[in-house]
Design a protein around this ligand. Sequence first.
Ligand code: BEZ
Length: 353
Amino acid sequence: MKKYKSLFYTMTLAGLMSVMAACGGSDEEAGSEVDEEATADEASDEGSEPDQDAEEVFSLTLITEESHMWHQAALVFQEELEERSDGRFSLETYPAGQLGSEADMLQQIESGSIDFGFITAAEVSSREEAFSAWLAPYLFETIEEAHEARQSEEAIDILDTLEGSNMLGLDYLFAGQRMMLFADEEVTGAEDMSGLTLRVTPSPAMLHFYNSAGASTEGMPLTEVYSAVQQGVIDGMDMDLDATITNNFAEVVDYGAVTNHMVWPSVAIVSEQTMEGLSEEDQQIVQDSLEVAADYSAETRAAQEEEFIEELEDQGMEMYEIDQEAFEDQIEDFDEEFAPQDPLIESFINAHR
Ligand code: BEZ
């Protein structure tokens, strides 16, 4: 694993050089420097068709719809892989849970039948508890802060816990922070939650947060949520603005509380078999390509917050804010419960709280 860890540091340095070059107006640096805007535009112009003439067409699976940021980031990853390998590599993406739930996807990556996945840290935390650290409530104020924290020693140590599982964690990609959707009542804090059944992405940390606020919880994959709220099985859900739009939840819920209570990384995971089959140079191409995709995702998404809120208001939802003060007890409770469970969770919270 050391090999991959050092790759990550190299990648980080390459990213820094790229930022420095951009600040200095230089376009001379090679390595991982790219024109991110051009890359993203090219990727979306050309769509997601893999280049079938490539020597190796990798596969990538994810739960979100094609319009979601993570799928856009997957297209950037594809474009970068193709360009950096001079056409030797391409990528076929399976979005919208085409290959099953995220739990199924992890099994497919583990067995080597799928090469890559962008899998929520929430789902991965059901396998490796250290990933719960990312779900600590109100740990980061902004997506940019979390994106930067992904390069911290603690964040990399968490990726390394996948070692020995036939999978490797390579990076984190961020979408919007978590918010709360309620079908028919305006909930303003923990005191309104008792008696409500709220859906969360299956993960011990998310279940704990809402249970400590007094709600009943249902762990449920994203693909099942629309019909669950439509049929009245749940009264609301933990979600993000992005997936609220891409899954048309405004059709079935009336209230959206913008809490930004938790950042939302997906973990870029690769089958160990796939990575081991690549030369060191090609492993670096994979890492560099992912870094560009991760930068694209965080930077593009951070600028879209207001636009997404307005879009949901236009669709008829009542959007409002709930401040962090409404969940102070739950923050304290989370840290007390989860930090002692794993030294990596403790050090991550201590480093970033
Ligand atoms: C969810 O489970 O809520 C979710 C998963 C992936 C992206 C966005 C939301």
